[in-house]
Design a protein around this ligand. Sequence first.
Ligand SMILES: [Zn+2]
Ligand SMILES: [Zn+2]
Length: 332
Amino acid sequence: MKKLMLLEGGKLTVGDAPMPEPGPGEVLVKMASTVVCGSELKGYKSGGGVGNNSGHEGAGQIAKLGEGVDASWLGKRVGVSAITGCGTCPPCLEKRYTWCRNKFRFHGAMHAEYIAVPTTACAPLPDGMSWDCGALVSGDGLGVPFHTNTKIIAPDTVKTVAVFGLGPIGLGSVLLQSFLGRKVIGVDLSPDRLAMAKSMGAAEVIKGDEADAVAVIKELTGGIGADICIEAVGVPKTVEQCLAAVKTGGQVLLDGEQPEVKISPSNQLIRRDITMTGCWFYHFCEIEPMIGLVKQGLPVEKLITHTFPGGEAPEGFRLFGEGKTGKVALHW
Ligand SMILES: [Zn+2]
Ligand SMILES: [Zn+2]
């Protein structure tokens, strides 16, 4: 079977790999669509994971069952979650695998024709839902923006949301927050991504290297600041900008993985009653409500701007790495 593989020196190629065999409790999924996550680029650029790939968003059809798996799974169309937990601890019983109190498992290498995963990683998709859509509602594509939105303390009061960083995750928040009826202000350096944010519903966009984003957000909100600022870049400067651009009493949500950031609790949080919240990945139990949003009309497929056959995955990654695309889908 074909699989995307990293070679020494950070080069990607699609080559032949042995067919995975589903173990007890596992199924073999014939992948239809896998989508590329921004977090994958770091690994490839650092040359990590030679001989493998870090694909962790995908959807496909169950082609073979491992020992002990109920026959009803065969042929099911599923979105595949990259994380499963022990299945028995309290968070796992609520299908919040990232909070597993024992050890959660990561199921990577999804950029391939077939993968073997436990049934607990498989979310059945409704009839008629496209494979691309299935990959987005069971991966970080919509998962992270959705999970981030659940962290908002007073959702009914939120009218303005500023999103710093319009990579795939930031664009997902633009799409979701606009769909929820909020006025979204997007900030990025790339003109391509500012244009994508506009097409996904952003009311205003700011080119961060040409304008003072904090000042513009204040101006656009009558001098008050945004109700919510979402940090989706992962650099200290944008954390500081989020804290400065959020209204007194507002909330800053952190999606971007960060190095250390120097913060003055008194000046930046305490005396302005600011809540800062970390948001990581999403919960398996959130796939069902995400499917519900798609049924209500959330145009989630807009997040995918480029599609390549699996065999041309390296070209997809090249373009994605240049920051000129939204999500890139690979069809196997
Ligand atoms: Zn990811
Ligand atoms: Zn657990």
